[in-house]
Design a protein around this ligand. Sequence first.
Ligand SMILES: [Fe+2]
Ligand SMILES: [Fe+2]
Length: 188
Amino acid sequence: MNKPRDMQHQPNTAFMSDIKTLRERARKHIEQGAVTAGYGADRERMVAVLNEALATEIVCVLRYRRHHFMAQGMNADPVAAEFLVHANEEQQHADQIAGRIVQLNGEPNFSPEGLLSRSHAEYVEGTDLVDMIKEDLVAERVAIDSYREMIEYIGGKDSTTKRMLEGILAMEEEHADDLVGMLADLKK
Ligand SMILES: [Fe+2]
Ligand SMILES: [Fe+2]
């Protein structure tokens, strides 16, 4: 059935601000860079939450690196190598998060002071190879749940941060899966 004539060829942009408003808003507060008037999240809260995630990633880098150097015994070599791969990937996550904090006009907190209390995950040295893997697995599971909660909190309010966290979450899930596989291999 044909639509009434005046309904045809109407661009369906009722959900968007008109061009004049968009242009005017963009000219205000240009020093805020990527943070525009339309930024939907609570910027300060987002920076605080991202700084907790940053602390978590740094603690994970340190724990995995410690485990990499301390992995000893039979079958230790492939496990030690995997710890290093994870350590480097956690470092990449830390860097991504720090970069996003700066884009949001915040400051990444790299201070060693209070690092462990800002972090969601713990720093456990572990006693042997199996114990180290288990501790890393626990930390990954903490990270998985905290990233999931952050993503949920963001909803549609900051799609760039959300997309970044979704990418990191997927990698933490891979890490957890790797660790479960390593535990199973060691039991053989
Ligand atoms: Fe990570
Ligand atoms: Fe991880």
